[in-house]
Design a protein around this ligand. Sequence first.
Ligand SMILES: Cc1cc2nc3c(=O)[nH]c(=O)nc-3n(C[C@H](O)[C@H](O)[C@H](O)COP(=O)(O)OP(=O)(O)OC[C@H]3O[C@@H](n4cnc5c(N)ncnc54)[C@H](O)[C@@H]3O)c2cc1C
Length: 374
Amino acid sequence: MPAETALRLVQALDHQLPRLAEAADAQETDAEAWRTVWSDPQMRAISYVGVPDAITPYRFAEAGLGAECGHALHLALVERLSRGAASAMMALPASAMSTRAVLRLGTEDQIERFFRPFSDGAAWTFFGVTEPAVGSDAGQCRMRLDPAGSGWFLTGEKTLIGGATLAQRGLVLATDRTQLRLAMVMQAADGRAFCAEKLPMTGLCGAGISHLRFDGLAIGAEDILAIDSRRPVMLTLADVFEKHRPMVGAMALGTGRAMLDRLAEGGATGGFDDLLREHGALLRRMVGLGVQADTGPLPVHAVSQFKRQATAFTDRVRARIAARAPAILLADRRMRRLWRDAGAFEYMEGTTAIHSLNAYRDYVTREVFHDRAV
Ligand SMILES: Cc1cc2nc3c(=O)[nH]c(=O)nc-3n(C[C@H](O)[C@H](O)[C@H](O)COP(=O)(O)OP(=O)(O)OC[C@H]3O[C@@H](n4cnc5c(N)ncnc54)[C@H](O)[C@@H]3O)c2cc1C
C-alpha cells in the first residue's frame, strides 16, 4: 500500500482517540478499563490483526480500513491510535508478538491449539524472552529444558513479560540442555501451571508486565515448536523482533504526538514547533519502512535506527515539556500519564548494544546504501 494511502486511511480513526485516552487514564486504577475500548467492533478487528482468518471472530476486513493489514498500514494504525493512548491499545486482547513465531515454527496442530481461545472472543498471549540479569539477549538465555523420561522439565525465570497474568497461551524461550540449542516452548494448557506475578508499574500500565517462575514444569514434545529444528529458533526470534521493533517506534511516535496535541489543547504551543516538524519527518520515515517491509526484508540498521530515533524524539518532547511547560505537568493528570507512559519506549525491546553493533556493521559494509526508505 502506498504511504499516502496508509496515512489517509488512518485519519478515519480519530473518533477512537478520546475513548482510548479515557481508558488509559482509568486503567491506572481499574484493571477492567480495557473493556470500554474492546466494546468497539473496529478496535476488536484491529487488535486481532495476525490471528489466522480461519480462527478470528473479528476479521480486519470488517474494520472499514481495507481488505488486509500490511506493514505500512499496521504501523500507521499503531501510531495514530497511540495519539489516543498506546497503553490502552496494549491492554486489549491480542496475539501480539507470539503470532509470527507460532505461525512460522508450529505444526498445524500446534497452531490450532495455540489460537483456539481466540475463536471464543477475548484472549491474550505472552511472549517470554526477557530474563533477570541477562535482559532480552537470547544468546544468554538461562531458562532450562532438562530431559525427564520421554519429556522435559522447564525451569527458570522470565521478567517484564507483557500480558502474562491474563494470557491463556504463551511462548517461553529456553535452552535445551541435551542439544544445547534454543527452544520455543508453548504454554497451551487450560489452567496455569506456573507462577505469574504482576509487576508494579508507574507508566504504560496497559502493558501489564509480569514476572514468571517455572519450577520444573513437565513439558511434552507436542509443546515444543520446530522440535526437529529444521527452522532455527534464533532466526525466527530475529524476525519477530525486526517486525515488532518498528511498532515500538510507532507507539513512541504517537505518544510524543499525543503530548504535543495536549499542549496545543492547553494553549501552550510556543517553543514546540520544531518537535512537530520532527514528528512529521519520522512519520514519513516510518511509513516508508512499512512500504519497504510489504515488498521484502528490511535492513537491520534501518529498523534499529527508526526505533532509536522515534524513542529519542519522544524523550525530547518529555524533556522540553518539563523545561518549558512544567505547569501543565502539575495541573493536567492526562499529561502526567502520557509523560510517564512515554518513558517506557526507550527501554522496551532491549539489546541496545547489539543494535548499535548491527547498525555499525551495516554502515561499514555499505548496506546502508541499499536502504530504499531513506
Ligand atoms: C512495557 C514493556 C513491555 C515488555 N514486554 C516484554 C515481553 O512481552 N516479552 C519480553 O520478553 N520482554 C518484554 N519487555 C522487556 C524488553 O523487551 C527488554 O528486554 C528489556 O526492557 C531490557 O532488555 P535489555 O536488558 O536487553 O536492555 P538494554 O538494551 O541492554 O537496555 C536497558 C537500558 O540500558 C540502557 N543502556 C544499554 N546499554 C547502555 C550503555 N552502554 N550505556 C548506558 N546505558 C545503556 C538502554 O538505553 C536502556 O535504557 C518489555 C519491556 C517493557 C518496558
